[in-house]
Design a protein around this ligand. Structure first.
Ligand code: CP
Length: 314
C-alpha cells in the first residue's frame, strides 16, 4: 500500500514521533541522507499562493538528492482543463511523489488514490499538516518535548491551521486550547476526532471565547492571519470580529514566562499579532519557518521508505 500524508492523523502517534525524530536528525546533518538519489523527481503543484512551502520543499527535495519539479497549477488547470484523476495518472508516471497545495481535501484524496505514488498535502482548505510537523519540531526544540504541554491557538480557528493543530497537537499528547469568537472554532467533526485521539495520547482539545482564559499558563501561543486565502473580501469585518484575540504583549503576559510564540506566516503586524511580540524575545517564528524544510524532508524520506510496506496499523 502506498502511504500518503493528507491530514495530520494519517500518522499514528508513534509514526509522528518517528518523523519528528528523523526531522531533527536531518536538521543536524542536512546533506547526509539521500533517499531521493537518482535523482527521483518530486512534483510540486500550487493552486494557491506560497512562499515558504514552495521554497522549503524545493530546497528539501534537492538536499535529499531529488529533483524538484514545479508544476504551475494555473497552467495545469487541474479539475478544469482535465480531471484530477487524469492529472494524477500523468504525474504518477513522471514523479516519485506529488506535493499539492489546493482547495478541496477530496481532490487531494483523489490525487492520492489515482497517482500510484505518495501524495503530500501542502495545504488544503481543511488541513495544513506539513506546517504542523514544522511547528511541533519547533516546540520540541525549544521545550525539550511535546506531551503534556499546553498550547493556545488564538483568533480564527475555523480554518486549516485550527483543524491541524487539533489533530496534530493531540496526536503528540498536547493540550490544545482554542481562544476564538463564537462560530470560529475548528470543525466539530475534527474536534471529536481529536478528543478520541486524546484517549490514547493523553492530549486534549478545549474551546473558549475568552482570550485571556485561553492563554492562561500555556507553554505555547499560536496565531495565524485573520484573512486566510480566499477570505480577502471579508477583511474589514473579520478584523472587527477577531480584534479581541490579537496576540499582544499584555495577552502573552498571561502565558508562562518561558512561553514561545508561533505564527506560520505570512504575518500582519498590528492585526493578529503585535510587532513587539513577533519581533520580540519569545517569538520563534523564524525557527518555525526554517523547520518547514527539515520536517518536510522527514515526511518525504519516511514516505519513500514506506513505499510497498503495509499501511497504518494503529
Ligand atoms: N505558512 C505557509 O504555508 O506559508 P506559504 O503560504 O508562504 O507557503
Amino acid at each position: 500500500m502506498i502511504r500518503s500524508f493528507l491530514r495530520d492523523d494519517d500518522l499514528t502517534p508513534a509514526e509522528q514521533a518517528e518523523v519528528l525524530a528523523l526531522a531533527a536528525k536531518l536538521k543536524a546533518q542536512p546533506y547526509d541522507h539521500k533517499p531521493l538519489a537518482g535523482p527521483r523527481t518530486v512534483a510540486m503543484v500550487f493552486d494557491k499562493p506560497t512562499l515558504r512551502t514552495q521554497a522549503s520543499f524545493a530546497a528539501g527535495i534537492a538536499e535529499l538528492g531529488g529533483n524538484p519539479m514545479l508544476v504551475d497549477g494555473a497552467l495545469a488547470g487541474i479539475g478544469k482543463r482535465e480531471s484530477v484523476a487524469d492529472v494524477a495518472r500523468v504525474l504518477g508516471r513522471q514523479a516519485s511523489q506529488v506535493v499539492w497545495r489546493t482547495y478541496a481535501q477530496s481532490d487531494l484524496e483523489e490525487m492520492a488514490t489515482m497517482s500510484g505514488v505518495p501524495v503530500i498535502n501542502a495545504l488544503t482548505d481543511e488541513f495544513h499538516p506539513c506546517q504542523l510537523l514544522a511547528d511541533l519540531l519547533t516546540v520540541q526544540e525549544h521545550k525539550g518535548g511535546l506531551a503534556g504541554l499546553t498550547v493556545a491557538f488564538l483568533g480564527d480557528a475555523a480554518c486549516n491551521m485550527g483543524n491541524s493543530w487539533a489533530l496534530a497537537g493531540v496526536t503528540a499528547g498536547m493540550h490544545v486550547r482554542f481562544g476564538c469568537p463564537e462560530g470560529y472554532a475548528p470543525d466539530a467533526g475534527v474536534l471529536e476526532q481529536a478528543s478520541a485521539l486524546g484517549a490514547a495520547t493523553g492530549g486534549s482539545v478545549a474551546v473558549t471565547t475568552d482570550p485571556a482564559a485561553a492563554v492562561e499558563g500555556v507553554d505555547v501561543v499560536v496565531t495565524d492571519t485573520w484573512v486566510s486565502m480566499g477570505k480577502e473580501d471579508e477583511a474589514a469585518a473579520r478584523r472587527e470580529v477577531f480584534s479581541p484575540y490579537a496576540v499582544t504583549e499584555d495577552l502573552v503576559a498571561q502565558a508562562r514566562p518561558d512561553a514561545v510564540v508561533m505564527h506560520c506566516l505570512p504575518a500582519y503586524r498590528g492585526s493578529e499579532i503585535a510587532a513587539a511580540v513577533i519581533d520580540g524575545p519569545q517569538s520563534v517564528v523564524w525557527d518555525e519557518a526554517e523547520n518547514r524544510r527539515h520536517a518536510q524532508k522527514a515526511v518525504m524520506a519516511w514516505l519513500q521508505a514506506h513505499v510497498g510496506q503495509p499501511g497504518k496499523t494503529g
